[in-house]
Design a binder for this molecule. Structure first.
Ligand SMILES: [Zn+2]
Length: 435
């Protein structure tokens, strides 16, 4: 091709493009609207003093500024008569399960979770998650879902296809073969046992590492590990798990940027293996003084699920054992030692509309009101590894906020009755005055 032909072709190309071009430069998109919350009393961080008459500016789902006094915005939410706290975090739920502690066979209620139809369960689970969101819980950790709908539900909620809270889940409970599930969760139905395929059951370090990798690829936002309760069935027995197995589960999860939550069945030797393996949180308990010392050394946080222990003991559903007093003692000792404590309801073991009672039980176990509020905000965000996004009302964080009609630090009971809930900058509940 001659040079002149090339020039001609090039100029044709350029003129054709010039004819198609807009005569003016493309317009820049308009800035996202700014919502301003006029907050009478702001508890931005439970450890800090309450700030009066604040404006919290929210744009594109994030907090962009906090100003003294009441400033203007594209839309204004009047919370001048309210106390505003960070969005609440429930670190231990099973929103995809149903259970009636007062039925004749409460553990048998889990069965529809793995033999029932997944779509109706997903609809029912979305409604339960939404009910918790309406109570101010904008983030839920879902720790075990035999119906295997958590990842799809979390994704649909994150995409806004289904309203609901932020869901961080592990569908299986990772346990070593011969562990906890088989004896407890079949309601005596041997015919059902083969249907219950727990993807988290593994044996040996190599198999456990493979299982965790597979699960994270499938969508796990956290890894739930479940220590065996074999010692209850075989008195005098030690941990079913080996250190190598627990190390494989935890180190694989951490390498793939996931936290690990470990269900404790109260056997100190097993708890110690999990703590030393580096589990991020220990759930339930009870926990011994040796466990607590190890938790301090390894910066392990504790989710005691006090209300679940109380209700399970009162109903007798889990046998004649008293789970509550050892749980309260565990909280007192962990608190005295400086172990970070976390709010976890363990729904459906506790009713979906009654989870806020956990706050009162934490207070009666010796926490100050500010420490109680921290269990569902600052402590929880840290334990999720999301302290840059969640846990306080601060510039740059996600706009998750909850308002109450009176000061929750003066009376924790009000935490059961929010008047306003915002998640990711969207108002999902507002019983307060609107402008
Ligand atoms: Zn649980």
């Amino acid at each position: 091709m001659s040079r002149s032909t090339l020039v001609t072709l090039l100029s044709l190309f350029l003129s054709a493009n010039a004819a198609n071009a807009e005569p003016t430069a493309p317009a820049t998109p308009p800035p996202a609207p700014i919502t301003v919350l006029h907050v009478g009393h702001l508890i931005a961080d439970p450890a800090q003093p309450v700030r009066e008459r604040q404006s919290v500016l929210v744009q594109s789902g994030k907090i962009t500024a906090i100003k003294d006094g009441y400033v203007a915005g594209d839309s204004v939410v009047d919370l001048k008569q309210a106390w505003v706290v960070p969005g609440l975090i429930d670190m231990h739920t099973h929103v995809t399960m149903e259970m009636d502690l007062h039925s004749k066979n409460p553990t048998g209620d889990f069965m529809p979770g793995f033999i029932g139809r997944p779509v109706p369960r997903a609809f029912a689970s979305a409604a339960r998650a939404q009910a918790l969101q309406q109570k101010g819980f904008t983030t839920l950790r879902n720790l075990g879902d035999p119906a295997s709908i958590t990842y799809d539900l979390a994704q649909a909620m994150a995409a806004g296809q289904v309203p609901g809270p932020r869901l961080i889940g592990s569908e299986p409970q990772f346990e070593t073969a011969g562990g906890d599930y088989a004896p407890f969760n079949f309601g005596g139905r041997a015919d059902v046992e083969p249907l219950f395929k727990n993807r988290g059951t593994c044996a040996g370090a190599t198999d456990c590492e493979r299982a965790v990798r597979d699960e994270i690829r499938r969508g796990a936002g956290v890894i739930k590990m479940r220590l065996s309760a074999m010692h209850l069935l075989v008195p005098g027995s030690g941990p079913t798990e080996t250190a190598a197995e627990l190390n494989a589960i935890v180190s694989t999860a951490h390498r793939l940027n996931r936290k690990v939550a470990t269900h404790s069945s109260g056997l100190s030797g097993a708890n110690l293996l999990a703590i030393e393996a580096g589990t991020d949180t220990l759930e339930h308990g009870p926990i011994s003084d040796a466990d607590i010392a190890a938790m301090v050394a390894h910066h392990t946080a504790y989710t005691p699920t006090l209300l679940a222990a109380k209700l399970a003991s009162e109903s007798g559903a889990m046998g004649p054992m008293d789970f509550f007093k050892p749980a309260v003692d565990s909280v007192r000792n962990a608190h005295a030692a400086g172990v970070p404590l976390l709010f976890g309801s363990d729904v459906p073991v506790v009713p979906f509309d009654g989870t806020a009672q956990e706050f009162l039980l934490l207070a009666s176990a010796g926490l100050t009101p500010a420490e109680v509020l921290a269990t569902a905000t600052t402590n929880a965000a840290k334990a999720l590894g999301m302290e840059a996004q969640l846990g306080t009302v601060a510039v740059g964080k996600l706009a998750d906020m909850v308002a109450f009609g009176t000061n929750p630090l003066s009376d924790l009971k009000v935490l059961a009755s929010p008047v306003f809930v915002m998640q990711d900058g969207k108002v999902v509940r507002n019983d307060a005055v609107k402008h």
